[in-house]
Design a protein around this ligand. Sequence first.
Ligand SMILES: Cc1cc2nc3c(=O)[nH]c(=O)nc-3n(C[C@H](O)[C@H](O)[C@H](O)COP(=O)(O)OP(=O)(O)OC[C@H]3O[C@@H](n4cnc5c(N)ncnc54)[C@H](O)[C@@H]3O)c2cc1C
Ligand code: HEM
Length: 372
Amino acid sequence: MADIDTSALKENFATVAARGGDDVALYFYSYLFLKYPETREMFPPAMTRQRDRLVGALVRIVTNVDNGAVLVPYLEDLGRDHRKFGTLTAHYPAVGEALLATLRHFSGDTWTDRLAADWAAAYGVVAAAMSGAAETAALTDPPYWDAEIVEVDRRTFDIAVLTVRTGVPVPYRAGQSLAVEPSTLRPREWRWYTPANAPGGRDIELHARLIPGGPVSTALVRAAAPGDRLRFGPPFGRMTLDPAGQRPLLMVAGSTGLAPMKALIDQVARDGGRRTHLYFGARSGREVYDRDAVAALDERHPWLTVITAVSDDLRWTGVQGLVGEVAAAGGEWSGHDVYVCGSPVMVEATVKQLLAVGVPEPQIRFEEFGEA
Ligand SMILES: Cc1cc2nc3c(=O)[nH]c(=O)nc-3n(C[C@H](O)[C@H](O)[C@H](O)COP(=O)(O)OP(=O)(O)OC[C@H]3O[C@@H](n4cnc5c(N)ncnc54)[C@H](O)[C@@H]3O)c2cc1C
Ligand code: HEM
């Protein structure tokens, strides 16, 4: 990669972004869809949100092509994941061409043959890693798994627990997330959701929280009904159990960040049990949406202790406070494997507090339920 001048690529894109603004993504997609109309059907019907998503990500990835060790495993995941959109190896040159046409258009007289060659080479490396991994995955796995909603349990005005049935078990690991497309309600809109049970069966429990104005969470929480179709994409995430792990476990969950913790506890139970503390946090008592199921787990497993903390509800008679602070102050955790999941703000604060009380960084795994 030594012969690609990635700092020149970054500099060129800064010029393009400054000159083009929002028009950069518009130009890219107009070029792609006019010249290669077969790619249009992979993208959501309304392109507002995606406009800068793919182009921004493309440029960020391509201009970091010299960071191979970090990038390659990520690109292989990304390439496998793109199969759910219907992306084939044959589509990559079209996106590369649209990218270069866009860059050239907005670069004006700063465009050079050297830039063109370097962009093409960098894109080629990235596309090869993605499409190669996708082709290997196609030998063994389908691009997505079809599923049907069998139950929707609306627990609060903004949180629903869904049971979704697949034809065959989806091969995820406890703690991982799956891309979900509500095919009936929101075709071609994919978002990440995290199974709340361990893999192996055909039923997957999902916990969905409504984000105001968000199309997919609104569909799942407000409109979903038994019989609606979903698709699951390939699993993603490294918040899984270390198969050789011996340490006791500390889990800290905010709101629907509970889902992966339930899956991990399910897995631990199947593996014979391990000392586990689960701290669950919500803003109000009303948002303790899975109270009965969590109490049943606490009751059933002698190795499990559950503490629920509520931060913003004076009527709550249990533990008060932000869950990260309550957990950090609740024990001696430096010998534990720690799992943290919730909103980006909650995760950042919790990880900071746990580091401050002496948990070694490599023992902390986390997932943020913001945008991927
Ligand atoms: C790995 C991973 C796993 C996830 N698992 C779950 C899960 O199990 N349950 C669950 O309910 N959600 C989960 N999420 C979040 C989920 O993928 C969606 O981002 C969320 O449901 C919003 O989708 P949407 O289409 O409704 O809104 P979008 O169109 O994606 O977003 C609408 C607006 O809300 C903002 N926004 C997006 N997410 C949030 C957020 N969390 N808090 C505040 N603002 C936000 C966006 O910036 C945008 O402006 C997970 C996210 C990731 C990355
Ligand atoms: C080097 C090549 C590429 C890179 C680095 C890349 C990167 C990305 C990234 C990071 C995302 C957002 C993450 C996600 O939603 O999963 C994305 C989304 C997407 N990509 Fe690609 N991509 C590439 C090529 C392609 C090609 C060739 C196609 C097909 C024509 C394609 C189609 C899509 C679609 C349909 C989405 C979803 C848009 C959305 O719903 O937000 N991508 N891509």
